[in-house]
Ligand binder design. Structure first.
Ligand SMILES: Cc1ncc(C[n+]2csc(CCOP(=O)(O)OP(=O)(O)O)c2C)c(N)n1
Length: 249
């Protein structure tokens, strides 16, 4: 008899991901889908995908999906959640999308404490458009628009999204996780589950920042990219829970 020990979550379609080898968007999709399965909310969930490499997330998630214009996922999520408050609504956004063109959207969605869950994928570059500097690009990091490395005099310093949003009164749950190894992947799933549980309990705005790789634009092999994330991104973007309501601790 065959015993199934690992299978595709129901909340993921069988369409193969288009992501580059070693890109961790696929792992993060899977974690969100597993949480949807585990909570039994597949028929009741609406996802918003961004502009960026994960724009085709609407093909991968087996739930109702919307595609928002660049940076506007929190506004679209707000509209859906307010019109259909019994739905579980999540926005999935990259760092160019959320922390650059969409900065005002995310700040005000958090300040209003919209009852949405935001999955924020920080890979320190604009992936889809060819690896330009993002607000999250590390000091000294080479990108196609900072070929000599990000220079604080010319390019300023990175935006740390969790540290920026957590002090807002409206932000209910804010956490940063990583997916560079199995232990951290399991921790990331717990944080994503919490962001959904907070929404289910009607407690307010929840955001999970997931540190992610972009081997193609970083110019690294997949395993080197995981190591680069661990050694360079985590020291600059410390992992942990930045805000958590007493109800779910
Ligand atoms: C209004 C608008 N401005 C700019 C673009 C070009 N654009 C498409 S994707 C993208 C960057 C996406 O980067 P990120 O959000 O970090 O996601 P990633 O691709 O790295 O996952 C940009 C600037 C666009 N499509 N629409």
């Amino acid at each position: 008899m065959t015993k199934v020990i690992f299978k595709r979550p129901r909340a993921l379609s069988d369409k193969p991901f288009h992501y580059c080898p070693g890109c961790t968007h696929g792992i993060i999709h899977r974690l969100v889908a597993e949480v949807i399965d585990d909570m039994g909310i597949q028929d009741n969930t609406v996802g918003i995908c961004p502009v960026g490499c994960s724009v085709f997330a609407y093909d991968y998630f087996n739930v109702d999906m919307f595609q928002a214009s660049h940076g506007r996922a929190p506004a679209v999520a707000t509209g859906i959640k307010r019109a259909l408050p019994d739905r579980m609504v999540f926005a999935y956004q990259g760092d160019g999308d959320l922390a650059s063109i969409g900065t005002a959207e995310i700040v005000h969605a958090a300040a209003r404490s919209e009852k949405i869950s935001v999955i924020f994928v920080n890979n320190a570059v604009y992936g889809m458009t060819g690896g330009q500097m993002a607000p999250t690009t590390l000091p000294g990091q080479k990108t196609t628009t900072t070929p000599r490395g990000r220079d604080k005099e010319l390019n300023g310093l990175p935006v740390k999204v969790c540290e920026m949003l957590a002090p807002l009164d409206g932000a209910t749950y804010v956490a940063r996780v990583s997916v560079h190894d199995p232990k951290h992947i399991m921790q990331a799933k717990k944080a994503i589950r919490k962001a959904f549980e907070i929404q289910r309990a009607g407690l307010g705005f929840a955001l999970v920042e997931v540190l992610s790789t972009c081997p193609t634009n970083w110019g690294l092999a997949p395993r080197e990219a995981l190591k680069w994330l661990e050694e360079n991104m985590i020291p600059y973007y410390p992992l942990g829970v930045y805000k958590e309501p007493a109800e779910v601790k």
